[in-house]
Ligand binder design. Sequence first.
Ligand code: AHR
Length: 500
Amino acid sequence: MKGSTKLQPQDVIAPIDRRLYGSFIEQLGRAVYTGVYQPGHPAADEEGFRTDVIEAVKELNVPLIRYPGGNFLSQYRWEDGIGPKDQRPVRLDLAWRELETNQFGLHEFMHWADKVNAVPNMAVNLGTRGIQEAADLVEYCNFPKGTYLSDLRRKNGAEDPFAIKTWCLGNEMDGPWEIGAKTATEYAHLANETAKAMRRVDDSLELVACGSSSMDNPTFGEWEETVLDECYDNVDYLSLHRYYGYYNDDDPTELDNFLGKNLDLDAFIKGVVAMCDAVKARKRSTKTINLSFDEWNVWYHSNDADTKVTPWQVGPHLLEDVYNFEDALLVGSLLMTLLRNADRVKIACLAQLVNVIAPIMTDTDGGVWKQSIFYPFMQVANHGQGEVLVDHSQSATYNSREFKDIPYLDTVSTYDAASQTLTVFAENKHQTDTLDFDIDLTDFTVDHLIEATQFYGYDVKADNRDGKMQLQALPVNAQDHSANVTLQPLSWNMLRFKVK
Ligand code: AHR
C-alpha cells in the first residue's frame, strides 16, 4: 500500500502551546498514595515523594498537571490539605468512596509539580462549594501577603505566592454522578459569578469553564451554549472530556473500529469549536474562546474490577487499566488529532498520570513500570515542538462499524524553526499490509536524519507488565528533499530531521 505527504514550512496550522501535553493527578486510587507520594519507600525523598516516579514523569516532559480532580474535586475542602499534617482531618471522599487522609494537599502538590518541572492547572470545587471558597483559594495561593489567607500560606511555608495562572471552574458539573451536579443554567450562573470573584483577587488568571463531560451526555450542545451565553466574557477556555473503550471483543472487525476513534475526537473538537464561535457571533464579540481538552485517554479495562473494590480504603486499586498495544496505537492517533486541532485546543491533559488510567505505574513490589501508552505520549510531548504543519497526507481509507473513510496512514508533522527540526509522526492502521510512505520535502533541505523509531510487532492484546516493549530503529531512505520509509502493519513511527 502507498501513502504520501507534502510538508511545507509556510503551511502552518498553528504554533504549539506546550500545555497540549499536560496530564492529570487526581486524589483518587493510588495516584497520590503509593503513587507520587509514599513516605518510607526506599525511593522516597525527604518529602515522601517517590523519586523513581518523578524520573518517569520527567521523561514524559509534561508541562502542566491538573489537580486535585476530577470527581474528587466536587466535594473537596482545600483547607483540609494545608497546615501541620498531624492536624489534617481524615474525610470520606464521596466521589470514589475512599478515605482521604489529606496527608498530601496543596503545598505537597506544588512542591511535587515543581520537581517534575510542571505548572498546575488548579481546580475549584463548584459541586458542594462556591464563590467564597474559590476566591479564598485564589487569595491563599496568589495574594502576596498581609491578609489572613496569604499570611496563612506564608506560615505554612510558602513565602512567595504560588502564582497559579490556569484554573478550572469545577469538574463535569453536567454529570449526574457528580456530587453537586448542576443544570446548565445553575452551573452557568455559578461559574460566571465565581469567575468574577476569582478575578477580583487576581486579574491575571486564565479560567476554564466546564463543557460537557462527554459528547454522549444528553445535554451536550445545549450545555455549551447555555454556559457560554452567560460566562463568555469572564472565561478563556471551555473544557472537553472523552474516554475510549473497546467493547466488542468477539467481533474481529472491532480493532479497525477502535483505531478509527480519533475521528470521533476530531468531530467532538470541531463541534465544540463551532458552538464557541456561534456564541461569539451572536454576541458580536471579538474574543475567541479556545478549548481545554482536560481529560482524554483510553479507559475501560478496569471497569469490572472497580465494582468489586471495598469502599473506604486509603489509596485503593481503582481505575488501574493495564494498557495493551492497540491502546498505544489509539493514544498515538489521539495525540496527532489534538495536534491537528492546535489552532483551538491550547490545553489538553492525558488522564491520568500515575496508577489511575495512567502511563506510569507503581507495582506492589515497590517498582515503577511504563505502560504501552507511555511511548507515543513521550515522543510527541518531547518532540512535537514549534508549529504544526498542515496535513496533506494521502492513502487508501477503510470503513468500520462507526466510522467512514478512516485513512490507513495517520500522520502529522511539526517544525521547530528555532532548532531547525522537522518531526514526522506516522501510524499505519492496516492490520497486515506495510505502507510505503513518501514524504515530499521540496521546500526544506534535509541536513541529516536525527533519529527514526518504530513501535510495532507486538500482539495487539499484549501489555508491558514484563517491561519488554521498546522503541526500535526505523530504516529511512532520506534524500535532500524527500524521504521514503516503510511503515509496518499496526505501527507507530517517528522521524526527526535536521533541516536547513
Ligand atoms: O479521570 C477519571 C474520572 O473521569 C474523573 O475523576 C472525572 O472527571 C471523569 O469522569
